[in-house]
Design a protein. Structure first.
Length: 490
C-alpha cells in the first residue's frame, strides 16, 4: 500500500525499511501462489493445445470413415485427349481397349452468308418473309413436327426466338449475322429436318456438320452409339469418346488409390504430431541431470491414459479379425488391423510409419475388406447388420468424441468432455488461487497498517522519553547551578 510516514525521527531507525521487509516476508506465500498461477496458466495452455491437436486428429480421422476414400473407383486412360472414362463405386476392376473410327456429331445448319449480305438487313430488322414451316421434334419418340409461323415483320432475331420457343431439341443462335441451328443431341437419329413452306430458303441455310454416330470397338467388339458418352456397356463406367484413334486406347478401371493414401497419410501425420506433443509434455527429467527441464505435464495421469489409449486403439485388431472356415477352424482375416494396411508403430515412443505401397496392394486386392476394417458393422446371430459399428476408425472416433465432445449418459446425465474438463479443472485451481491471494492481500494491508501504528507509537514513546530525559537533564543542570551560587554567597 502507498503510505507517507516519517519513520526513525526519534529512534534514528529506518522504520519504513523495516516495515517493508516485514511485509515482504509476509508476502512470500502470495509470491509462491502467483508463480503457481503462472505455471498453471502454462498447464492450461498446454491442455488447450492438446484439445486443438486432438480435434485436428478427429478431423483427419473422418477421411478414414468416408466410404468414397476406400470404395471409390478410378478410370485411367493412356491418352485422355482421345478417350477418357469415369467410374462409379460399383465398377469392377478391369482393363478395356477402345478403338474409335468415328466420333458422334451434332447436326448443324447455318447461313452461308450473313443477313446483311443475304437480304441487306440487320439482325433486328423486319425481313419481309412470311409463311409457315415445320421442324422435326427431336425430343419426341416418333416423327412429330412443330409448325412455326413467320411473319413479314419478323427479324432474324425473332425467327431465332421462335425456333427456340418451339422446344424441339434444336438450339438456334446468331453468330456474326449468321443464323445457326444445332441439334441438342448428337447422332443420326437427331438430324434436323425442316419441311413445309420454303419460307426459310432465302436465308440460304446449309449443312455445316452432318449428324453422325460414334463408331468404335471395345476389346475387339464393335459398337455404334448416338452419343460420345457411352454408359450402357459396362456397369457404372462411362466412356468419353473425344477423337478418332489410330491405335487402341487402354482404359484401366481400379480403386482410387491416391485418395485412400492421401486420407491415411494425413491421419498418420496428425497422429504423430499429437503423440510428439504429448510425449514432450510428459517427459521426465533424466537422472543425474540437474539442469534438464521436465515436461510440463509430467505425471499427469489423465494425459498418460490418453496416450496409452490412443496407442492401444491404433494397434488393436478389428472386432471381426477372426472367422471360422468351412471346417470350423478359426482363421485370421488378411486385413485385420492398421498394421495390415501398412500403418505400424516404429518404436517404443509410439510414432507411426506409413507404407503407402502396402495400402495400395490391399486396395487392389480387396477394397471392400479395407473399408470394412475401418468401419465394420456388427452382425447379429443370423448374420444381419445391427446398425452398430466397431471398425478401427470407428473405435478411434468414439474415443476422441468422449475426449472432446460434451455428451449424455444412458440416464440423460451430462458427461463433460475429458480434455475440456481438464482445462476447466486447471482454471478452477487458478481461480481459487486468485481468491486466496485476494484474501491474503487484504490481510497484508491490515498487517502493514498495524506495523505502522506500532512503529509510530514506538517513535512517539521514544520521543516522549527523549523529551523527558532532556527535561531531567535541564533540571539537574539547574540544580547544579543553584548549589554553586549558594556556596559563593557564603
Amino acid at each position: 500500500m502507498s503510505r507517507i510516514t516519517f519513520g526513525g525521527l526519534a529512534s534514528g531507525l529506518d522504520t519504513n525499511h523495516m516495515i517493508d521487509q516485514l511485509v515482504q516476508l509476509e508476502r512470500a506465500p502470495i509470491v509462491r501462489k502467483e508463480k503457481r498461477i503462472e505455471e498453471l496458466g502454462r498447464v492450461k495452455d498446454a491442455w488447450r493445445d492438446i484439445n486443438m491437436r486432438l480435434r485436428h486428429l478427429r478431423d483427419k480421422l473422418q477421411g478414414l470413415l468416408q466410404q468414397d476414400n476406400f470404395r471409390s473407383m478410378l478410370a485411367r486412360s493412356t491418352d485422355e485427349s482421345l478417350v477418357s472414362a469415369t467410374a462409379g463405386n460399383r465398377a469392377e476392376p478391369a482393363t478395356y481397349q477402345l478403338q474409335v473410327s468415328q466420333v458422334a456429331a451434332h447436326h448443324t445448319l447455318a447461313m452461308e452468308h450473313d443477313i446483311q449480305a443475304t437480304l441487306g438487313k440487320g439482325v433486328g430488322q423486319a425481313l419481309g418473309l412470311s409463311g409457315k414451316f415445320s421442324i422435326k421434334d427431336l425430343k419426341s419418340d416418333g416423327n412429330e413436327s412443330v409448325d412455326i409461323e413467320v411473319k413479314a415483320t419478323d427479324s432474324l432475331t425473332a425467327i431465332k426466338n421462335k425456333i427456340n420457343d418451339a422446344d424441339v431439341g434444336v438450339t438456334a443462335s446468331i453468330f456474326a449475322g449468321h443464323l445457326m441451328l444445332k441439334s441438342d443431341k448428337s447422332g443420326t437419329e437427331n438430324e434436323i429436318v425442316i419441311t413445309g413452306d420454303p419460307v426459310l430458303d432465302p436465308l440460304g441455310l446449309a449443312q455445316i456438320e452432318a449428324a453422325k454416330d460414334a463408331e468404335f470397338t471395345v476389346n475387339g467388339i464393335g459398337f455404334v452409339r448416338s452419343s460420345n458418352a457411352v454408359d450402357d456397356l459396362v456397369d457404372d463406367v462411362t466412356f468419353h469418346i473425344i477423337k478418332v484413334t489410330e491405335d487402341p486406347v487402354t482404359i484401366q478401371v481400379g480403386p482410387h488409390i491416391e485418395r485412400s493414401v492421401e486420407a491415411m497419410a494425413a491421419f498418420v501425420e496428425q497422429y504423430n504430431s499429437v503423440n510428439d506433443y504429448m510425449r514432450e509434455k510428459l517427459e521426465k527429467r533424466e537422472e543425474g541431470t540437474k539442469g534438464s527441464a521436465r515436461g510440463l505435464l509430467q505425471g499427469d495421469t489423465t494425459l498418460m491414459k490418453i496416450e496409452r489409449s490412443l496407442r492401444t486403439l491404433i494397434n488393436s485388431p478389428v472386432a471381426n479379425s477372426r472367422y471360422q472356415d468351412e471346417e470350423g477352424n478359426w482363421q485370421q482375416k488378411q486385413y485385420y488391423s492398421l498394421s495390415s494396411l501398412g500403418v505400424m508403430t516404429i518404436d517404443k515412443a509410439g510414432y507411426l510409419q506409413f507404407n503407402e505401397a502396402k495400402l495400395a496392394t490391399a486396395l487392389q486386392d480387396d477394397p471392400e475388406g479395407v473399408f470394412s476394417l475401418m468401419q465394420y458393422e456388427l452382425k447379429d446371430e443370423d448374420g444381419f447388420g445391427t446398425g452398430q459399428f466397431s471398425g478401427v476408425a470407428v473405435e478411434l472416433d468414439n474415443y476422441l468424441k468422449r475426449l472432446l465432445v460434451n455428451d449424455q449418459d444412458s440416464q440423460g446425465r451430462p458427461l463433460r468432455a475429458v480434455a475440456t474438463q481438464q482445462e476447466a479443472s486447471v482454471q478452477r485451481r487458478i481461480d481459487e488461487l486468485h481468491r486466496r491471494i485476494e484474501v491474503r492481500e487484504e490481510r497484508l494491508i491490515r498487517y502493514e497498517e498495524r506495523l505502522i501504528r506500532q512503529f509510530t507509537a514506538m517513535e512517539k514513546y521514544i520521543s516522549m522519553m527523549q523529551s523527558q530525559s532532556q527535561e531531567l537533564d535541564n533540571m539537574i543542570g539547574q540544580l547544579a547551578g543553584f548549589g554553586g551560587t549558594q556556596h559563593n554567597k557564603r
